[in-house]
Design a protein around this ligand. Structure first.
Ligand code: NAP
Length: 286
């Protein structure tokens, strides 16, 4: 049976540590870190993510401002809001909740955020720094995954890692972090031939595709470490589920992450960590 890594528990511990750290900031720096979150429209999933971020910020003692704008906001107006936040010395982190309405160019919006306030780690200069092994703000979900592997005592160096999914926010950056940790990495995707054969070769399998219970027991090697990033609705039960068929894979894997309560909470926790890092980097530049 697999050891289950609870992202919820690990997050609670990390947030408690950060809360102790942030409590010292007013005496040392005169204020606490400030995260500005922009929510465009009222997509229920986005509203719920933004609410989760505000709740985590409150737990850690980070100041959070959620700025809501209507779904029909003009792109220029959104860019002007970002420019205002970039220039505001009292704002340390800026996050624009994605996805944005179709009439807005997401890449343009992400690139408009000051690199040093890009707490999501999506800015092209942060991405470039990641791929050049330069100091940067790491994207939250991949960072959280690496922390979970560390917590579970998984030795990454020398292992065969397979990542299913090649998105900019999860698949590609987590593959890079695994590579930096000296795994031998394969990135699989929707055009991968004989996917099950590829995934059966994985000692560490990270799944980020967005398909409920897609990874079945026959796709997983005995003793593999399996990280499930997916957040889906189970079409049968209507409940949240991952990309991995948890019940079927659990007896085979050595380590497994649950959904919910796995990678999701770690993503939000790493956002808090990134906000603190941006705050401290700014304090040092003064
Ligand atoms: P995405 O941008 O839609 O990318 C999905 C990737 O999966 C693509 O690279 C795609 O391949 C691949 N894929 C799709 N169907 C496949 C198949 N049948 N076989 C093999 N590969 C397949 O998704 P994402 O943003 O990376 O998110 C993935 C999942 O993680 C979603 O469920 C999302 O909700 C979840 N997520 C969770 C968190 C968290 O904090 N827990 C954070 C971010 C995302 P192609 O490139 O060939 O199309």
């Amino acid at each position: 049976m697999a050891t289950i890594i609870s992202g919820k528990e690990l997050s609670a511990e990390l947030k408690a540590e950060m809360a102790r750290q942030v409590a010292e900031f007013p005496a040392e720096y005169g204020r606490v870190p400030h995260l500005a979150v922009i929510l465009v429209g009222d997509n229920p999933a986005s509203v719920s993510y933004v609410t989760g971020k505000a709740k985590a910020a409150a737990e850690v003692g980070i100041r959070n401002t959620t700025i809501r704008r209507p779904a029909d906001i003009a792109e220029a107006e959104l860019l002007a809001l970002i420019a205002e936040l970039n220039a505001d010395a009292a704002v340390d982190g800026i996050l624009v909740q994605l996805p944005l309405p179709k009439h807005i160019d997401e890449n343009k919006v992400i690139a408009a955020i000051d690199k040093s306030k890009d707490v999501d780690g999506f800015h092209p200069l942060n991405v470039a720094s990641l791929w050049q092994k330069q100091p940067c703000v790491l994207p939250c979900t991949p960072k959280g995954i690496m922390k979970m592997l560390e917590r579970a005592g998984v030795e990454v160096a020398g292992k065969r890692a397979v990542v299913i999914g090649r998105s900019n926010i999860v698949g590609l950056p987590v593959a890079k972090l695994l590579l930096d940790a000296n795994a031998t990495v394969t990135i699989a995707h929707s055009r991968t031939a004989n996917l099950a054969e590829v995934t059966r070769g994985a000692e560490i399998l990270v799944v980020a595709i967005g398909r409920p219970k897609f990874v079945t027991a026959d796709m997983v090697a005995e003793g593999a470490v399996v990280i499930d990033v997916g957040v889906n609705r189970d079409p049968e039960s209507g409940k949240l589920c991952g990309d991995v068929d948890f019940a079927a894979v659990e007896p085979k894997a050595s380590v497994l992450t649950p959904v919910p309560g796995g990678v999701g909470p770690m993503t939000i926790t790493c956002l808090m960590e990134n906000t603190i890092e941006c705050f401290l980097a700014k304090a040092e530049r003064r």
